[in-house]
Design a protein around this ligand. Structure first.
Ligand code: AMP
Ligand code: GLY
Length: 419
């Protein structure tokens, strides 16, 4: 079989390696992939958002199955276009991807179907938003409606910060049209859990839970990033919590999407907060999380391609989806300065005795060398029988990978181990 994977980050690298465990897979093409993915797939210089280019390429190469992973091509309708061209796909159609593409849609869906989430108001008018903020309880959470590279969420501790957030989103349009509407919501507290799930629109099968580390620096300080590391499973996500989430959140969401005529097939990501009042949805993503995928897939024992095809064809109930009861840790090695400005172009070298999985996110090949080309450069992943060993091994392995300006958090997994 010939597979196509749209995207080019660490998440896609993990997906490609996992797909290749299936012996029927002959070739994987990555659009655009990256310098590290090139070791596992044929990288083609077509942007992940170039729908026409992807459809043309898939038709020419007679691709048997495509996996669309990043949010923007999904929200733009990449799956719809490939399916029309006769290419079966893993991933939601445009009308279902809106669950991530519009926070207003997601919040209204949860309200309509009684799915627990933070209380909120929606504003299209700046003055109305500002007036509301004068009396809102602090801290307050302000979110741009649309996709904003994970940066459209501002937690304001003071009224002045709240006013500035409205100016940034609605007046300066820092996130473009994503800021035409804002959601202002109540600040929730409690441990966060990421749960990725497979779904064919009827059946939903959660994968092993995980914990992201979004801030740039140790102790959860510094700017929000795309994610500096992950562990799986998440110790806060007990069997009781899992059962409650299935009953109150996962199944109701899948049913709600179907009832709305927006059947969701693919990977639905539940960003949850375990509040004193029970689990609540912080956000939905219409795709695998990054870097959650890098710890979840190494623990998956079933064949990923088989499960993905079952999601697309509506056969998930009859398909085995098994995870090991071990643990995994991913430490992201980044360029110092990320997520603000950073230098790139440094050579990446790896000691011969490295045993971790290395999922490359931001690197390019140049003259046979692998050079850093992004903020998040790569994820170092270790699996073990328990979380403590997985964390220790991941950090041992980090020592064996070298590049100029390397930076990583030293405390990935600490909160999970203290839990
Ligand atoms: P999001 O992009 O929606 O995942 O938001 C980014 C981060 O902001 C989340 O991972 C939470 O840590 C935080 N956050 C978002 N919404 C809330 C909320 N209502 N209460 C507290 N923290 C929040
Ligand atoms: N790690 C969170 C995300 O992928 O959005």
């Amino acid at each position: 079989m010939k597979l196509l994977v749209i995207g080019g980050g660490g998440r896609e690298h993990a997906i490609i390696q996992k797909l290749k465990e299936n012996r029927d897979v002959e070739t994987v093409y990555a659009l655009p992939g990256n310098g590290g993915i090139a070791a596992d797939a044929v990288c083609v210089d077509i942007a992940a958002t170039d729908i026409e280019g992807a459809v043309r390429f898939a038709a020419e190469q007679k691709i048997d199955f495509a996996v669309v992973t990043p949010d923007d091509p999904l929200v733009l309708g990449m799956v719809d276009a490939l399916e029309v061209a006769g290419i079966p796909c893993f991933g939601p159609e445009k009308k279902a991807a809106i669950i991530e593409g519009s926070k207003v849609f997601a919040k209204d869906l949860m309200k309509k179907y009684g799915i627990p989430t933070a209380r909120y108001e929606v504003f299209t008018d700046r003055d109305a938003a500002l007036a509301y903020l004068e009396t809102a309880k602090l801290p307050v959470v302000i979110k741009a409606d649309g996709l904003a590279l994970g940066k459209g969420v501002i937690i304001a501790g003071t009224r002045e910060e709240a006013r500035n957030a409205i100016a940034t989103i609605m007046v300066d349009k820092k996130f473009g049209h994503s800021g035409d509407r804002v959601v202002i919501e109540e600040f929730l507290t409690g441990p966060e859990v990421s749960v990725l799930s497979f779904t064919d629109g009827e059946t939903v099968v959660p994968m092993v839970s995980s914990m992201d580390h979004k801030r740039a620096h140790d102790g959860d300080e510094g700017l929000n990033t795309g994610g500096m590391g992950t562990v799986a499973p998440n110790p806060y996500y007990t069997a009781d919590v899992a059962a409650r989430c299935m009953e109150e959140i996962f199944l109701p969401t899948i049913r709600a999407m179907r009832a709305e005529g927006r059947t969701f097939r693919g990977c639905l990501y539940f960003g949850l907060m375990l509040t004193p009042d029970g689990p609540k949805v912080i956000e939905y993503n219409c795709r695998f999380g990054d870097p959650e995928t890098q710890v979840v897939l190494p623990l998956m024992e079933s064949d990923l391609l088989t499960v993905m095809r079952a999601c697309r064809d509506g056969r998930l109930a009859q398909t085995e989806v098994r995870f090991s009861d071990g643990a995994a840790c991913c430490v992201v090695m980044a360029s110092e300065g990320y997520p603000a400005s950073y230098e790139k172009g440094y050579e990446i070298t790896v000691d011969e005795d490295v045993s971790a999985r290395i999922y490359v996110a931001g690197a390019k090949l140049s003259g046979g060398k692998l050079l850093t080309s992004g903020g998040r450069v790569l994820g170092v992943v270790a699996t073990a029988a328990d979380l403590k060993s997985a964390v220790a091994q991941a950090y041992e392995q980090v020592e064996k990978i070298h590049f100029g300006n390397a930076y990583y958090r030293r405390d990935i997994g600490r909160r999970a181990l203290d839990a």
